[in-house]
Design a protein around this ligand. Structure first.
Ligand SMILES: [Zn+2]
Length: 440
């Protein structure tokens, strides 16, 4: 803990600043001067709130908490509902945010049967080799960043102790994550995996990940008594970090981006028993598996990975034919309470990961496909309905008061890159949110 690492580059001294100014003033300009004028923001601070349903800002749940700090960003900037990615599990969705690519490309997948290991997987840290994260892209292009509990880039561009692409995992709740952002803005060192790291100057990008709301919603849905206070606590962290940016003198050069990985739907009524009953009617051997670390029996022909908002179905042996996939989809679609059965064509159109099964079944609220049968009110995600997130941009380089349309999580990394004056991650498929940016 005693060791303090510093950036290898020396601090910019007063003489150094004078030299840069002199170079920039030369006729014909210079690379330095050009970069400075085409960079809308010196800093981007992103809050990524797990499970922060867009309806907390607009619609059904907008009255749960006032959230004055988030609303101030909205009033000063642009906001809208953005597309998430499919399926809407946290790690897969966040990998979309981090790479600017769809799950079909980054292949981080949730709640499925891994055919290579023959084991079920709830969530994973996988990103397809060769697919670049924003952490790798910014580092490659000389921009600095600190990722506060934003685990998706850990060892995918960000590492403990690296002052240029710093990973910090303070644990605790949103407040302890924001504490680290405040420290960085004050120029204080932060604990990165047991090493005190002093980034020497405020990172160009700071991402703050908080999962407080997701946890509350999983446990008790939208009527959970602690939900309003949790939303208020998240909002307060935006205020604290913004205040620290003001105190650091960088507020007018900083863009704030607030988003989430997915929304949430509620569930109480079990539908899995009926799905299994109908599947048994096919005469094929059906097996329901828990979503983590389970291996199917060699004789199982229809393997179901059960989760509240999705049931992933893999067909094996003699069951693994296009005719059976069509037949089973028709049977399951006919069950009251089923919203959709996504087949191979649907999954391709959704740009979903090819590691998902042959079919993915989704229920409508309040039905669910988990093995629980106690009827307790809970919230969850994974289906298409909750592949929607709020998108708020505000501050340096951002327009005011225009609605933000046709944007998605794939556009986050390209947009942050444009704000910081660099190219997007090399494999990004999303686009810069031009509608959000001031025309220079
Ligand atoms: Zn969740």
């Amino acid at each position: 803990m005693a060791q303090v690492r510093r950036r290898s580059a020396a601090r910019v001294t007063a003489a150094g600043v004078a030299a840069l100014v002199a170079v920039a003033a030369l006729p014909g300009g210079s690379a330095t001067a050009t970069t400075a004028t085409t960079r809308p923001a010196q800093h981007v601070i992103m809050f990524d709130f797990d499970g922060f349903d867009p309806r907390f800002l607009d619609g059904r749940y907008a009255g749960l908490a006032a959230m004055p700090n988030l609303r101030a960003l909205v009033a000063d900037g642009v906001h809208g509902v953005a597309e998430g990615s499919y399926s809407s599990y946290s790690n897969s969705s966040r990998a979309t945010t981090a790479t600017g690519a769809y799950p079909a490309t980054h292949r981080n997948t949730g709640y499925y049967l891994n055919q290579e290991t023959d084991r079920t997987v709830s969530q994973e840290r996988y990103i397809e080799p060769g697919v670049e994260t924003i952490a790798q892209s910014l580092r490659r292009q000389g921009r600095t960043a600190a990722y506060l509990q934003w685990y998706v880039v850990q060892n995918h561009g960000a590492t403990y102790g690296d002052p240029e692409a710093l990973y910090v995992q303070p644990g605790g709740n949103c407040e302890s994550r924001a504490d680290q952002a405040v420290k960085l803005l004050r120029g204080e060192p932060v604990d990165s995996g047991g090493t005190l790291v002093d980034p020497a100057r405020i990172p160009d990008l700071i991402t703050v990940y908080c999962d407080d709301v997701d946890g509350v919603l999983h446990e008790g849905g939208f009527s959970a008594p602690e939900l309003p206070a949790t939303l208020a606590r998240l909002d307060a962290q935006i205020g604290r970090v913004r205040e620290a940016a003001r105190a650091a003198g960088i507020l007018d050069r900083t863009t704030f981006l607030v988003t989430a990985d997915h929304g949430v739907r509620e569930w109480t009524v079990p539908l899995l028993p009926e799905v299994v009953r109908r599947l048994n009617g096919t005469g094929l051997t059906v097996q329901v598996l828990p979503s983590s670390g389970a291996t199917p029996d060699p004789t199982s022909e229809i393997v179901v990975v059960a989760a509240p908002r999705t049931a992933d179905i893999t067909l094996r042996g003699r069951a693994d034919t296009p005719e059976n996939a069509r037949r089973i989809a028709r049977i399951v679609e006919g069950i009251p309470g089923i919203a959709a059965v996504r087949d191979a064509g649907d999954l391709r159109r959704l740009k979903a990961s090819d590691k998902l099964g042959d079919l993915v079944v989704e229920p409508v609220e309040p039905y669910h496909l988990s093995t629980l049968t106690d009827g307790a009110p809970r919230g969850s995600h994974g289906a298409l309905a909750e592949a929607e997130v709020p998108m708020v941009l505000s501050g340096a380089g951002i327009r005011r008061g225009v609605p933000l349309r046709n944007v998605g999580l794939v556009d986050v990394a390209p947009t942050i890159s444009a704000l910081l004056g660099v190219r997007p991650p090399s494999t990004a498929q999303g686009r810069v949110m031009r509608g959000a940016l001031e025309r220079s």
